[in-house]
Design a protein around this ligand. Structure first.
Ligand code: GLY
Ligand code: MN
Ligand code: MN
Length: 462
C-alpha cells in the first residue's frame, strides 16, 4: 500500500472536480465459485483501490462534497468469522492507513444515503461491471437494477478517468515491478519451450511465477501455437518443431498494478526464413510506433502509421499490392492486422475500460471509427505525459477471415489472395511492450525482454 498521504491527496484532487452531492464507491465482494463460501480469488475494484487503498471485501466508501467528510463503511471481523479466517486488523486502523478517520458499520450506509437523497443530494457513482454490485446499488438507492448503469455520473467518470490516466512516479514504479515479473515469465518460457511440451505445461509454470512474485496474472494468459486466434485461452496443443508459440501475458503486483507483454517463441529454437520475414514486419511496425510516442500526438495516427508499416512490409513479401496509403485508409490491411495498436494500462490491464472504453480512449476531438479493424482501436485520442499504454501490432493469417474476404473478392486490388493462400497455416505474430509517455517522448518500461529474432533465439531452449 502507498503512504496514506497519497490516497488523501487523490481524494482531494477528485473533490476539486466534483462540487455537488456525494461520491460513492462500492468496493467488490467475494464472488462464489461453487457455493456461497467457496469464492474466486478476491479482486478489489481498481477505482476503490486507487482512492481508498483497502484490498478487502465488504467495504464501501464515500465523500460528501459539501462537508468534505470521508467515510468508510465496513465491519470488524466478528468472532464467528475469526474462528474460520483468523484475526483481522480493526477497521479504524485500516482506515487510518489510508488517511480516513471516520468509519461506520456497513449497515449504516443505506440509512446514510436515504437521508442524503431525501435532502436532495445527488449520488455520483461509476458504472458497475459486477451484477452483485448492480444489485447492491439498486437496493441502496432504490433504483431498478436495469437502470443502475443508466444513472451513472458522467461527471465522475470523466474526473476519475482524467485522474487515473496520468500515472505518478510511484505508480510507474509499481508497473515496472509487474514488468520485472513479466521478464522472469518470458525468460522462463523462452528457455523452457521445446517440442513435445503442451501449452498447458508452459502456462502452468509461468503463471506460477506471477503467483509467487505478485498477485497473479493480470488477465487470462494467451499461450498458443495458434497465435492467429487473438484471445486464445485454451492450452490443449502439443508443441511441434516448426510451430511458433504466441505468449501474451501479464502479472499484477501485490498492489494490483499490471503488465502486459507479448512475444513469439519458435518451438525449435530457430525461426524459419518465412517466420523471420513476417516477424520483422511486425517488429518494424512496433519500433516505428514506439518512436512516435510523445505528448500531443493522436494514438490513432500512430496506429495508422503502424498499419502502413505492416502493409508496406506485406507488399514487399507479395501479400499486398497497390497504393499502401489507400489500402490502409480503406482498411485492407485489417485482413492481417484486425485489432487496435494498444490500450491504456495501470491498475487494470485494460485500464479503466469498465468506465466505458470511449471515455478512456476517445474524446471530442477523436471519435471511434466503425471500419473493421480500426473499430477495435481502444485508444485513439491525443497522448499526455504520464499515460502508460501498450504498443502491440500483429500480423495474423486467420483462415475463416481469409475465406470470407476472398469469397467476397474484398480489396482484391490490395490483396494477392493466391499468395495469402500459401500462408494459410502460418499462425500469427504479435509483439507487445508497455510504454510511458514522458514530457518529450517515451520510455519503454521494464527491463528489456528479448525481442529481435536474434535476441529471442539466443534464449530459446537454454
Ligand atoms: N491480452 C490482451 C491485450 O494485450 O490487450
Ligand atoms: Mn497483451
Ligand atoms: Mn495489451
Amino acid at each position: 500500500m502507498f503512504d496514506s498521504i497519497i490516497y488523501s491527496q487523490r481524494r482531494k484532487n477528485l473533490l476539486q472536480k466534483i462540487s455537488n452531492g456525494i461520491i460513492l464507491f462500492p468496493g467488490n465482494n467475494n464472488v462464489p465459485r461453487n457455493f456461497g463460501s467457496m469464492s474466486y480469488p478476491f479482486r478489489q475494484d481498481s477505482s476503490f483501490l486507487y482512492y481508498w487503498g483497502l484490498d478487502f471485501p465488504n467495504l464501501s466508501a464515500l465523500i460528501d462534497t459539501e462537508t468534505n467528510e470521508e467515510i468508510i463503511f465496513g465491519d470488524d471481523r466478528p468472532v464467528d468469522d475469526i474462528v474460520w479466517m483468523g484475526p483481522d486488523t480493526p477497521m479504524v486502523e485500516k482506515a487510518e492507513n489510508v488517511g480516513v478517520s471516520v468509519v461506520k458499520p456497513g449497515f449504516d450506509l443505506k440509512e446514510y444515503l436515504t437521508t442524503a437523497i431525501s435532502n436532495g443530494k445527488k449520488i455520483h457513482y461509476l458504472p458497475q461491471y459486477r451484477s452483485e454490485n448492480v444489485l447492491f446499488l439498486s437496493e441502496l438507492l432504490g433504483i431498478n437494477p436495469a437502470y443502475v448503469n443508466k444513472y451513472v455520473s458522467n461527471e465522475l467518470i470523466k474526473a476519475v478517468a482524467d485522474q487515473r490516466s496520468v500515472k505518478s512516479g510511484e505508480e510507474v514504479m509499481e508497473i515496472e515491478k509487474a514488468l520485472d515479473i513479466s521478464y522472469e515469465m518470458y525468460i522462463t518460457a523462452m528457455k523452457m519451450i521445446r517440442e513435445g511440451l503442451t501449452e498447458k505445461e508452459v502456462c502452468g509454470h509461468i503463471e506460477s511465477i506471477a503467483n509467487i512474485r505478485g498477485a497473479g496474472v493480470s488477465f487470462g494468459t494467451i499461450l498458443s501455437v495458434r497465435g492467429e486466434i487473438l484471445h486464445n485461452e485454451s492450452y490443449n496443443n502439443t508443441m511441434q518443431n516448426g510451430d511458433m508459440v504466441l505468449l501474451d501475458s501479464g502479472a499484477e503486483t501485490d498492489m494490483h498494478y499490471a503488465s502486459d507483454i507479448t512475444r513469439v517463441i519458435p518451438v525449435s529454437g530457430k525461426f524459419s526464413d518465412r517466420q523471420k520475414e513476417i516477424y520483422n514486419v511486425v517488429l518494424n511496425s512496433q519500433l516505428k510506433a514506439i518512436k512516435m510516442i510523445k505528448p500531443g500526438i493522436k494514438y490513432k495516427d500512430i496506429h495508422l502509421t503502424a498499419a502502413k508499416v505492416i502493409a508496406d512490409g506485406l507488399k514487399q513479401l507479395g501479400l499486398m499490392k497497390g497504393d499502401i496509403s489507400s489500402a490502409v485508409e480503406q482498411g485492407a490491411h485489417a485482413l492481417f492486422f484486425p485489432h487496435g495498436l494498444g490500450h491504456m494500462m495501470g491498475l487494470d490491464v485494460h485500464d479503466m475500460e469498465s468506465l466505458g472504453e470511449d471515455y478512456i480512449g476517445y474524446d471530442d476531438k477523436v471519435k471511434r471509427s466503425n471500419q473493421f479493424g480500426l473499430a477495435y482501436l481502444r485508444l485513439g485520442k491525443e497522448l499526455k505525459e504520464g499515460y502508460v499504454l501498450t504498443v502491440e501490432p500483429g500480423v495474423y493469417f486467420i483462415p475463416a477471415l481469409i475465406d470470407q474476404w476472398k469469397n467476397e473478392n474484398k480489396f482484391a486490388g490490395f490483396i494477392d489472395y493466391d499468395e495469402v493462400e500459401k500462408y494459410r497455416n502460418f499462425g500469427g505474430i504479435r509483439i507487445e511492450d508497455d510504454i510511458l509517455v514522458t514530457g518529450d517522448g517515451y520510455r519503454v518500461l521494464g527491463k528489456p525482454i528479448p525481442k529481435t529474432v536474434e535476441e529471442v533465439e539466443e534464449y530459446c531452449g537454454k
